[in-house]
Design a protein around this ligand. Structure first.
Ligand code: ADP
Length: 305
């Protein structure tokens, strides 16, 4: 079973032929709302895959918070230890899209930043009940650190998805069992520029620097190239499944969720990464994130053909 600790945001998405200039108003050509936030996405992805999933995060008492409660409940995620802040509103991402698909985004994390170490203390039963605890970086770093240490002290498998990327993670890396950056996140967390071109052996070197801080393995997700598993004395690549990608958002989230579910079921790391690559590939075949996430039946069928 899996506990996810992280963010919930609602995406408010406006489309227009072009983005307005400052001071200008333009007519839009469509508006949609969709649930997001890496924590919530990963919790829903894990629940769809048949995991027994709890989500710890913080939403507001506003309408968007009510929407989050309905969505997560409908998906079968245990939200009995989800916090509702009366101080700050539910996290929101304002997304503006032009007709080329370019976007600009303002994210107001809102209530996500109200998840505090003391809330983790209050919710510790949700960590105790899990085999695997999954973290990202859209919450307060102090809260992430506190919860990760607690999970590790309880001998849980800790998966740390360092997204969105940041530097200065030395104080939390010792508590992670597995770290799952994509290529640009691995560069940023290692203090490199995200646009720097690196060879495979340079990626392996960066992963080994991360391993020296404590984790057992770094699993680098490589998009359409699959994933590379690097441990102190070996490395191997799990190839991606060849698909026609239409929307790659959410691939990392579903990959991490699948990894957590598979490890929670006792699969080996190699089997779990293969399963996660299949789930990641399935996710890029569909539009948006939540609608594209496979159920266990769908992924079993996908893996059998
Ligand atoms: P992120 O979304 O965090 O950038 P990736 O793009 O590396 O993460 O995707 C996560 C995983 O999803 C990859 O390791 C891969 O297994 C799968 N995946 C992503 N994009 C594709 C693709 N175009 N074709 C097949 N599999 C993909």
């Amino acid at each position: 079973s899996v506990t996810v600790i992280g963010s919930y945001n609602v995406g408010l998405i406006a489309q227009a032929a072009r983005l307005p200039e400052w001071g200008e108003t333009v007519f839009g050509s469509g508006f949609s709302e969709c649930p997001g936030g890496k924590g919530s996405n990963q919790a829903v992805a894990a629940a769809r895959l048949g995991g027994d999933v709890r989500f710890i995060g913080c939403i507001g008492t506003d309408r968007y918070g009510d929407d989050a409660v309905s969505m997560l409940t409908d998906e079968g995620v245990d939200i009995s230890r989800l916090k509702r802040s009366t101080i700050r509103k539910t996290g929101v991402g304002f997304v503006f899209l032009n007709e080329h698909g370019d976007n600009c985004i303002i994210v107001d994390p809102g209530a996500n930043m109200e998840l505090l170490p003391e809330d983790i203390e209050a919710a510790q039963s949700a960590i105790a009940e899990a085999d695997v605890v999954l973290f990202q970086l859209e919450s307060h770093l102090d809260t992430v650190r506190h919860a990760m240490k607690m999970a590790r002290d309880m001998s849980k498998v800790v998966i740390f998805n360092p997204a969105p990327a940041q530097t200065e993670l030395d104080s939390i890396l010792p508590f992670a069992t597995y770290v799952t950056p994509n290529e640009s996140e691995l560069k940023i967390m290692s203090g490199r520029r995200p646009d720097e071109q690196l060879t495979d052996s340079e990626y392996i070197d960066l992963a080994r620097e991360v391993l020296r801080k404590g984790p057992e393995a770094v699993i680098i997700t490589l998009g359409e190239k699959g994933a590379m598993v690097v441990s102190a004395d070996s490395y191997y690549t799990i190839p991606a499944i060849l698909v026609d990608a239409v929307d790659t958002t959410g691939a990392g989230d579903s990959f991490n969720a699948a990894l957590a579910v598979a490890l929670g079921e006792g699969q080996s790391l190699e089997e779990a990464v293969h399963f996660a690559c299949c789930v990641g590939a399935y996710t890029v075949i569909g539009h948006e994130v939540i609608p594209a996430l496979p159920t266990r039946e769908q992924i079993s069928l996908f893996m059998s053909v």
